[in-house]
Design a binder for this molecule. Structure first.
Ligand SMILES: CC(C)(COP(=O)(O)OP(=O)(O)OC[C@H]1O[C@@H](n2cnc3c(N)ncnc32)[C@H](O)[C@@H]1OP(=O)(O)O)[C@@H](O)C(=O)NCCC(=O)NCCS
Length: 158
């Protein structure tokens, strides 16, 4: 699959379909060994807003928006196939999640140790706004939010 990737082409973002589940499991580095994540992917595709990045029929990544964080709109997962990383796929999915949220605040989180996604969130206009200790030992969870009005009033562009 990796040999067919064309880095210059922006993937199409579309809702996930039931038929995409095997491809999502295949690109998800956790799902390969974790049956819980596999069940979660099936749940997300069926119950949540799950967007996939599709380039010519190849799934390069996915994003999940649900309300699992204090019933707030929450970017619960952003995952890009290892072979497709650093090609702006994650950024394209994050932009699509923001766009799908309209005027609503979009929350998300990541581990302190996850520097790539922190750089991505900051570049896409998310603001770090809190930290939760004790979920993953030695690796606190950082909370971020995207506020459409705040971004517009700051004059920054997407
Ligand atoms: C985090 C992740 C989604 C990024 O996806 P990606 O498609 O590689 O990211 P992009 O190419 O769109 O990069 C966007 C920006 O993020 C930052 N970034 C992404 N990967 C990075 C890395 N390895 N190191 C440093 N910065 C990085 C950069 O600022 C980058 O912009 P640039 O390429 O102009 O410098 C991907 O690495 C991934 O799937 N990781 C595993 C799952 C995960 O940790 N998800 C987040 C928690 S839910």
């Amino acid at each position: 699959m990796a040999s067919t990737l064309r880095p210059a082409t922006t993937p199409r973002i579309r809702p996930a379909l039931d038929d995409d589940v095997p491809a999502l499991i295949a690109i998800d580095t956790v799902a390969r060994t974790d049956t819980g994540r596999r069940r979660q992917i099936e749940h997300w595709v069926g119950q949540a807003e799950c967007l996939v990045a599709d380039r010519g029929g190849t799934i390069l990544g996915y994003a999940v928006i649900d309300y699992s964080f204090f019933e707030r709109r929450f970017l619960a997962m952003l995952m890009v196939a290892e072979a497709a990383r650093r090609q702006r796929v994650g950024r394209t999915l994050a932009k699509a999640a923001v766009a799908a949220s309209g005027e609503q605040v979009l929350w998300t989180s990541c581990n302190v140790s996850n520097h790539p996604v922190q750089a991505l969130f900051a570049a896409e206009g998310f603001f770090e706004c809190g930290r939760i200790e004790g979920l993953d030992p030695g690796d606190p969870e950082l909370i971020w939010r995207y506020e459409p009005g705040k971004l517009l009033s700051s004059g920054r562009t997407m």
